[in-house]
Design a protein around this ligand. Structure first.
Ligand code: DGJ
Length: 385
């Protein structure tokens, strides 16, 4: 009798287990039909998307999302991952676009830092060109370099070419003759003193790094309507943004560059153009912790850039909804262009668990605005033909 009870219990548990399994799988295999910022975002293989500090490249109605493959810590163990999607909600893991190298002498060896990868297409060479923030293994964030890789397919594999300290031996276009002259006290100033701040704004670190090339940490890319491409990066010990023109093949720097907001401490630049106006969203400088975003606009990419304040509005705007900008994606539909703010909600205790905060970005009264939504959908998801 007791045995029959056990068998009954076992069969019931089995049935219940199978039922739960069926429903959770059914839920997992459902297609996403909306964005849910901050939630786990499962790819078509039911795994949380691993593409942090990312950027998107679109071609023929297919979106490619490139990002840092993170593990528990933030050092590069795998490289840059790429996902594809046609609707921006559902993403297929297409594998590793740029692999770290097993060669200990390679600049992109396992254990280096590879952050914020961005991809653009060069019409002349028919190359897909990836740039990313590179820090050399074992040097923390001291190297402050930018790396470049190319591929003949947006899915990769990308081949690593080289890294730069940009614009060695070139002065910025918005630098006076006086600023080019170094002063004896340049390297003796104590950080955060008023004298240091003045010297910084006057190009202390531009002069220091003139021969070797300027520092380049958080970065993004932008291709203008005429095909000219620009590399925008946090430089001068993260105190000042630089905007630098890339060569025709997008693989190097022309030497034409400008300083933006000297001493403004902008990181995480994300840039887009609406009509004839360039807009930029950045973060402040607080490591992995969120801070109030900033926004700017300009009529020339080299500036002057007018400060427009924090684009995040409402509750939690002071921490940008617990996120840091990485990219602004224009979504071009038949009738309109809308913009998506893409941010990272970092989890420095377990980087792989970092979340994605995608929200609509609108231009209201000439200023970018981002408002929180628990869930949301694109107005019109049909890409333009
Ligand atoms: C903030 C940057 O925006 C991130 O990409 C990363 O470099 C962290 N700093 C490292 O502390």
């Amino acid at each position: 009798m007791a045995n029959i009870q056990y068998v009954k219990k076992f069969l019931m548990l089995l049935f219940f287990g199978l039922l739960c399994g069926y429903f959770s799988n059914a839920q997992l295999s459902e297609k996403h039909t909306y964005f849910s910022p901050g939630s786990l975002w499962l790819d078509t293989n039911h795994e949380h998307i691993n593409a942090h500090g990312g950027g998107i490249f679109e071609e023929d109605g297919i979106y490619y999302w490139y990002g840092e493959h993170k593990n528990k810590n933030s050092l590069a163990q795998v490289g840059v991952r790429v996902y594809s999607s046609t609707d921006l909600y559902n993403w297929t893991n297409e594998g590793v676009a740029l692999s770290v190298s097993e060669d200990p002498d390679s600049e992109i060896t396992i254990g280096s830092v590879i952050e914020r990868p961005k991809v653009i297409y060069n019409e002349k060479t028919q190359n897909y060109v990836m740039w990313f923030h590179l820090e050399l293994k074992g040097q923390g964030y001291a190297a402050a370099r930018t790396g470049v890789a190319t591929s003949k397919s947006p899915m990769g594999p990308f081949t690593y070419l080289k890294s730069y300290r940009p614009n060695a031996g070139q002065w910025p276009i918005n630098f006076s003759e006086d600023q080019k002259l170094s002063s004896a006290s340049d390297n003796k100033l104590e950080w955060w003193t008023p004298e240091w701040t003045t010297a910084l704004k006057n190009g202390l670190y531009v002069r220091r790094d003139f021969e070797e090339g300027q520092m380049s940490r958080d970065m993004t890319l932008f291709v203008d309507d005429d095909g000219s491409a620009y590399h925008i990066h946090s430089s001068e010990e993260n105190q000042t943004l630089h905007i630098a023109e890339l060569t025709d093949d997008y693989l190097g720097f022309t030497g034409k560059w400008a300083r933006i907001q000297p001493g403004g401490q902008n990181e995480a630049p994300a840039i887009f153009k609406k009509g004839a106006t360039y807009y930029m969203v950045t973060s402040g400088l607080t490591g992995w912790a969120p801070n109030p975003a900033r926004s700017f606009k300009a009529t020339s990419i080299f500036g002057p850039w007018e400060s427009l304040g924090n684009p995040a509005k409402g509750k939690h705007s002071k921490v940008t909804f617990h996120s840091q900008s990485t990219f602004i994606l224009p979504v071009i539909s038949k009738s309109d262009t809308s913009y998506i703010y893409m941010g990272d909600r970092w989890n420095p205790k377990n980087h792989i668990d970092g979340r994605y905060i995608w929200l609509p970005l609108e231009i209201n009264n000439g200023k970018p605005e981002i408002k929180w939504q628990d869930t949301w959908q694109l107005q019109e998801s049909t890409p333009a033909e």
